[in-house]
Every structure is written in C-alpha cells, then in structure tokens.
Design a protein around this ligand. Structure first.
Ligand SMILES: Cc1cc2nc3c(=O)[nH]c(=O)nc-3n(C[C@H](O)[C@H](O)[C@H](O)COP(=O)(O)OP(=O)(O)OC[C@H]3O[C@@H](n4cnc5c(N)ncnc54)[C@H](O)[C@@H]3O)c2cc1C
Length: 383
C-alpha cells in the first residue's frame, strides 16, 4: 500500500508551487480588489502545460494522469481559489466535455487553443430554476433545416464571458424527455453574456448569466449523442468533484501554512500565540483535517487513474468533495481566528480565503447533494 504521490508528482507540485508563489501571490490581492481575471496568467498557465495535463498529445496535451491535474489545482488553490477554479473549470467544464464526447472535428477545432491557454470554455448546466435539480432544465433547442435554435437562460457559468472565451457547451431540452448538449461559439448572434455577477468571493474568477434568444448553431454542434446530455453532465461532474476537492485541500493547506507562521511570530503577553494550547490545538486539528481531506481526494483521483468501476469513483468523488470542502470552510474560520483582528483585514490573505471558501460547499453539487449521492451509494432511497 502506498500513501505517497510519486516522485514525478512531487517534482511537478514544486513547479506549480513556484509558479503560484512567483506569478500569482504578489498580485492576487490587487486582482481581487479589481475583480479582474488576468488573461496573461491564463496564457502563462497554458504555457506551463496546466490546461493540457489530461489531454492527449495530438491536441497539444501531455497525456498525464488526473492526479497531476489535482496537484496543479491544489497548488494554485493554496495561493488563490479564483485562479485555481479558473484551471479547474477550464479543464473540467471546458475541455473535458469536448474531449470526452466531441467528434474528431470538434476536438481538432476547439482543443488546441483551449489546451494552450489561448482560449477558455464554459459548461452551462445550471439555470435560474434548475441547479441541484438539473433535470428541470427549461432551455430548449429545436432542430430545423440543419440548425439548432436555442432559447432560454443559464445561471452562474464560470469562464463564460472572458475576452478569450471561445465557446460554452450548454444543456438544452431537445424533446419532451430529452436533454442534449450543444456547443455555442462565443459571438453567435442571440447568445447574450449578461454582466458579471457581484459575488461574495472568487472575485477574480469569471462568472456570468447567459441568455439565448433564437440563438442558432449548426446541427453538427451537437456534443455527443442526442438525448445524452443528462448522462454527460453527470460524468463531467464526477471528475469535477474530485477536482473541487483538490481546490479545497489547497485552501485548507494555505490556511494552515499562513496560520502556523503567524502563530510563531505574533506575540501576546510576551510569548508567541502558538505557545498557547488554545491556538496550538486549533492548528493541530486543522492539520488533521488537511491530511484527511488530502487522503480522500487523492484516493478518489487514484481510483479514477486506476480505471476502477464508475460507481466506486462516484462514491469516492462525493466523499472527497463533501469532506474536503467542509474542512476548507472550517479551515478559513480557524485561520481568521488565529489572525485575530488582522484576519478581518483585506491586507492579509486569510480574509480573502474566508470569502472564497463558502462556494466550495455549493458549486458542482452542494454538500446536501453529496450526502444524498453517498446515501444512495449505500443503498438508501435518498432523494
Ligand atoms: C460562483 C459560481 C460558479 C458556478 N459555476 C457554474 C458553472 O460553470 N456551470 C454550471 O452549470 N453551474 C455553475 N454554478 C452553479 C452551481 O453548480 C449551483 O449553484 C449549485 O449546483 C446549486 O444549485 P442552486 O444554486 O440552484 O441551489 P438549489 O438547487 O436551489 O439549492 C438550494 C439549497 O437547497 C438544497 N437542496 C436542493 N435540493 C435538495 C435535496 N433534494 N435535498 C436536500 N437539499 C436540497 C441545496 O443543497 C441548497 O442548500 C456556479 C455557481 C456559483 C455560485
């Protein structure tokens, strides 16, 4: 039994950590204040090969394993969650659906630029009235004369409105009991990107509502088999949950790192606060939760890389997502407490960590949805 990542994974972790500390950490507070996704950093992440980790070489990727992608997301997330989710969604929701379900032509057309970090793509599943219950999708697409006409709206779509977004794949009803996925290129008439949301956190990450008003795309923009949209997004979300768990591990680790440093430096009553059991034990508990979250996350990634049965991966993905994201939210609370009044100040990273954490328990399936899926995997009729 092995409880370590391979030497290559650890070497790669160091490369991404150096990149994050050099290219992201010094500027991130400013980008956060400006609510700005720095496109030059997306390009740099592309040049480092981060978007192509799980992509075959023929599309410009490095055909590495899913564990490597989790390492990259964890290390970016340790410094900033918005940058981490830009990679997580860029691969999991942008590249992955095309790579998994696309035709050769679709892959040739879209993947090389996405993999190089020259473009980004989004996946539009959620609607104003269909989130956890994604089967309640109301967006419709009607096929006539070789074209799909799409009408409807999507909510909260990551990477959908940047200046380099090339497409959004959206789910739409294509029949009474039929949901399919369609590729909508940016700039298609009738595809309206609404103004960016005013969010609690993830200020650097790009999130928009989308509207489709008689938006027409060619018949061949169908992604995968007609009527398979529901199955497709369930598969996409299984992988995404492991990746979000890795993002959460990065946040919890970031909280631990800055808090231990601060607890050794900050003195009250003549001694470092880390010498007080009340503070030291908080950090001991935090270290345990980081370790447990990491083990669950990389076990799920390993199951996927080892090609284990889907049901096993699905359960492990939900467990990792549930535990790691709740651990990350608790970690930010602990870190803010350790920093005292400074923890409430934007000049220290823990304030941003605190704001950024909550969405982890909501996006790509809420904690309640994860508990429901785990209960079902135990054979319970949970709904
Ligand atoms: C910043 C951000 C980025 C996002 N990016 C994307 C994206 O790129 N693409 C995309 O498609 N979506 C995206 N989402 C949407 C996200 O996945 C949904 O918000 C999430 O799935 C929850 O759906 P909802 O918001 O409609 O909440 P609801 O489904 O309305 O849930 C509200 C509450 O009810 C609970 N609940 C609902 N049903 C049940 C049940 N059966 N049992 C118990 N509790 C239940 C939920 O757990 C939650 O606590 C993003 C959201 C945000 C905020």
């Amino acid at each position: 039994m092995m409880f370590e990542l391979s030497g290559e994974h650890e070497t790669f972790r160091k490369v991404v950590r150096d990149f994050a500390e050099r290219e992201i950490a010094p500027h991130v507070a400013e980008w956060d204040r400006e609510h700005r996704l720095p496109i030059e950093v997306v390009h740099a992440m592309g040049e480092l090969g981060l978007f192509g980790l799980v992509v075959p070489e023929q599309y410009g990727g490095s055909a590495a394993d899913f564990t490597s992608l989790c390492v990259a997301i964890e290390e970016l997330g340790r410094v900033d969650q918005s940058i981490g989710v830009t990679l997580e969604a860029g691969v999991g929701l942008g590249i992955n659906p095309i790579l998994t379900f696309g035709t050769d032509e679709q892959k040739q057309r879209w993947l090389p630029d996405l993999v190089a970090g020259r473009t980004l793509a989004g996946f539009g599943l959620t609607e104003p009235d269909a989130g956890s219950d994604a089967s309640a999708t109301k967006t419709r697409a009607v096929l006539a004369d070789g074209q799909w006409t799409i009408n409807g709206a999507k909510a909260f779509i990551t990477n959908s409105g940047t200046s380099i977004t090339s497409l959004v794949a959206v789910t739409a009803k294509t029949g009474d009991n039929e949901i399919s996925s369609l590729i909508v290129p940016s700039g298609t008439p009738g595809f309206i990107v609404e103004p960016a949301y005013d969010k609690l956190g993830w200020h650097i990450s790009d999130t928009h509502g989308l509207s489709f008003d008689d938006c027409r795309v060619p018949e061949e923009n169908l992604l995968g088999t007609r009527g398979d949209g529901y199955r497709q997004f369930l598969a996409v979300l299984d992988d995404g949950r492991i990746a979000i768990a890795a993002l959460a591990v990065g946040l919890a680790q970031g909280c631990l790192d800055v808090s231990v440093k601060y607890a050794n430096e900050r003195k009250t009553f003549g001694t470092p606060i880390g010498s007080r059991q009340a503070v030291a034990f908080m950090l001991s508990d935090l270290a345990v939760s980081v370790e447990a979250a990491r083990l669950l996350t990389y076990k799920a990634a390993w199951l996927k890389d080892a090609g284990r049965p889907k049901a096993q991966i699905k359960q492990a993905a939900s467990m990792a997502k549930l535990y790691a994201t709740e651990a990350a939210v608790a970690a930010t609370r602990t870190a803010t407490q350790v920093f005292g009044g400074n923890g409430f100040m934007e000049e220290f990273p823990v304030a941003r960590f605190y704001r950024d954490a909550k969405i982890l328990e909501i996006g790509e399936g809420t904690s309640e949805v994860q508990r429901m899926l785990i209960a079902r995997s135990l054979g319970l009729p949970a709904s």
